[in-house]
Design a binder for this molecule. Structure first.
Ligand code: FAD
Ligand code: DLZ
Ligand code: SF4
Length: 508
């Protein structure tokens, strides 16, 4: 009897464990564009188009490889519009009882598959360096889980950037060299743009019809949608981006949305690029003398370190993780996150970029939208749902630990050892946003004072009990305590006024 082989929209890898476990001669691959996946959060239209187009092309590739593929398009009349519904429909038609699947990257879908009245085998997702068991083994018995120690173990285990048992260049981490602001007259190439082919054009029309009310611009659409294009995008980055990646990793510029970032996370996360291959090829650039160590180490750390670490945390912490709220933040998501007017240029720029590109780089997500959410006490689940919806690379296993953990401290300090909060000074140092802002970043109080400056201190004051004992924050609290009482009262009063305006839906 034939079995069904499920391939999800973020499992578009030829060496997927489910495909490896199946028999091309007898089993049936099931792929489905379904309303449930496209709208359980209101995904950005570019993200939906990217996933559907990449799915269609991957299905064609599997057929060319000799697989039988049952592919449901979103507008097929008999589409059950959910993954489990589609599996059951295909099982009935095929007379199949068994499903082979690679474990999904989200608890919600794992539970749905496990509850199905079919015999489901979940294979581990082998596209990662570190299996779930391996991560748990590393984490077991540790008082705190720090990415840096996990990363060193991964370096040793993979041999990436190692010289014998020593890290290349003698140091594990070159981050202190990677904090340069960028000048806006630098010549940069940005990611390559791919002209929509026939498959992509058809998907764009479908998404325009069906998801027009979702936040985000569908066109222009230039993402890679197959492995060959993703490979071209990565090769472009290796040549043009990687050498300066480290130096300007934290920089932000209004006139350059991509700087030296790779813009490969959408491709890595659906399987069009392979993490092992990407890291090995970045290392080869260093070995060949074409990219400096600080850049290559920084890049490999993001993938071998952070990407693997957050996945380990997501699965280790269990299904309730995305709804954690350690700081008890209850504010609804301010309308400015959906593009409502704001006088804060940094937020306005990052949200506009998110709307246009379904992309923002790490520091924009962490230190602009994330920082503001945390300072303003926005409910972390609301922010989680926003990040999951608006970025083309967002899947819960990677998005939730970054948002709930790293950015909002809502897991109580599992991912981050201290909250990522800053006043306007950080944004001013790392970007040119403040130059075009209605607020004045150097003003701490009074007319035109930058809201980040006010909210920063009021956040620290509000959460004093939790954070003042943290040795990494002691100096900040000493600075606050040294301010005279009248000044502190003014800061808190003005911060409250900003929050009141936000609550009242007024422009901030
Ligand atoms: P580059 O800066 O060029 O980095 C190279 C690669 O490293 C990325 O493609 C990515 O695969 C990996 N990487 C870098 N930082 C991280 C990280 N913190 N966690 C995991 N992988 C990382 N990344 C996602 O892939 N999906 C998400 O949904 C996501 N949500 C985020 C939410 C918040 C609040 C924050 C602060 C970060 C989030 N990140 C997420 C991490 C990071 O912002 C993106 O991976 C990165 O911006 C992708 O752009 P890039 O490919 O140009 O990355
Ligand atoms: C993100 C996404 C979207 C928009 N649509 C589909 C879809 O129609 N069919 C599908 O198989 N997968 C889709 N995906 C990816 C899934 O949401 C993803 O596999 C789960 O969230 C687990 O990571
Ligand atoms: Fe953002 Fe403040 Fe700078 Fe304006 S002045 S761009 S609000 S940090």
């Amino acid at each position: 009897m034939s079995r069904l082989v499920l391939v999800l929209g973020d499992q578009l890898s030829r060496d997927l464990s489910a495909l490896k476990a199946a028999d091309k001669g007898r089993d049936l691959v099931v792929m489905a564009e379904v309303t449930d996946e496209a709208s359980y959060v209101r995904h950005h239209p570019k993200k939906i188009a990217f996933v559907f187009a990449a799915m269609r092309k991957f299905a064609a590739l599997l057929e060319a490889d000799g697989w039988r593929v049952a592919y449901a398009r979103l507008d097929d009349g008999d589409n059950a519009q959910s993954i489990t519904g589609e599996l059951q429909r295909r099982a009935a038609a095929e007379g199949a009882r068994e499903v082979i699947a690679t474990e999904p990257g989200e608890w919600r879908l794992i539970a749905a598959l496990e509850e199905m009245p079919l015999d489901v085998t979940l294979c581990p997702d082998t596209r990662f360096f570190c299996s779930r068991d391996r991560f748990d083994h590393w984490a077991e018995g540790r008082k705190s889980l720090r990415m840096e120690y996990f990363y060193r173990e991964m370096r040793r285990e993979t041999g990436l950037l190692m010289e014998g048992d020593k890290p290349a260049g003698g140091k594990w981490n070159y981050d202190h060299e990677n904090r340069k602001p960028a000048a806006d007259d630098l010549f940069r190439k940005g990611p390559p743009h791919f002209e929509p082919d026939e498959t992509v054009a058809e998907v764009l029309d479908l998404v325009k019809d069906r998801f027009a009310e979702h936040f985000g611009a569908l066109r222009p659409f230039w993402f890679a949608t197959d492995a060959a294009q993703a490979e071209a995008a990565f090769a472009h980055f290796l040549k043009h981006g990687l050498p300066a990646f480290g130096d300007y990793q934290d920089a932000m510029l209004a006139g350059d949305r991509f700087l030296y970032h790779a813009v490969i996370s959408p491709y890595l996360n659906v399987g069009l690029l392979d993490a092992r291959d990407v890291c090995a090829r970045a290392e080869a650039e260093y070995r060949a003398g074409r990219a400096p160590l600080n850049a290559v180490e920084g890049f490999i750390r993001q993938i071998l370190g952070w990407r693997e670490f957050v996945r380990g945390i997501y699965f280790r912490e269990g299904p309730g993780y995305p709804r954690r709220n350690a700081l008890n933040h209850q504010r609804g998501l301010p309308a400015l996150y959906w593009g409502a007017e704001t006088k804060m240029n940094c937020l306005s720029r990052v949200v506009a970029q998110t709307r246009d590109e379904a992309y923002a780089h790490h520091i924009q997500r962490l230190m602009v939208t994330g920082n503001f959410g945390l300072l303003a006490g926005v409910n972390p689940t609301a922010l989680h749902e926003w990040y999951l919806a608006v970025y083309a690379d967002a899947y819960e296993w990677v998005e939730a630990p970054n948002t709930v953990g790293m950015s909002q401290f809502a897991d109580g300090g599992i991912v981050a050892s201290k909250p990522y909060v800053s006043s306007g000074a950080y944004i001013s140092r790392m970007s040119d946003y403040c130059r075009g802002c209605a607020y004045t970043v150097s003003r701490k109080t009074g007319p035109g004072a930058c809201p980040f400056n006010l909210l920063y201190w009021s956040f620290l004051d509000r959460h004093r009990e939790r954070f003042s004992g943290n040795p990494r924050m002691a100096q900040i609290y000493r600075t606050w305590d040294r301010m005279d009482a009248e000044r502190r009262a003014t800061v808190l009063r003005e911060a409250e006024a900003v929050l009141d305006r936000l609550s009242a839906g007024k422009i901030v």
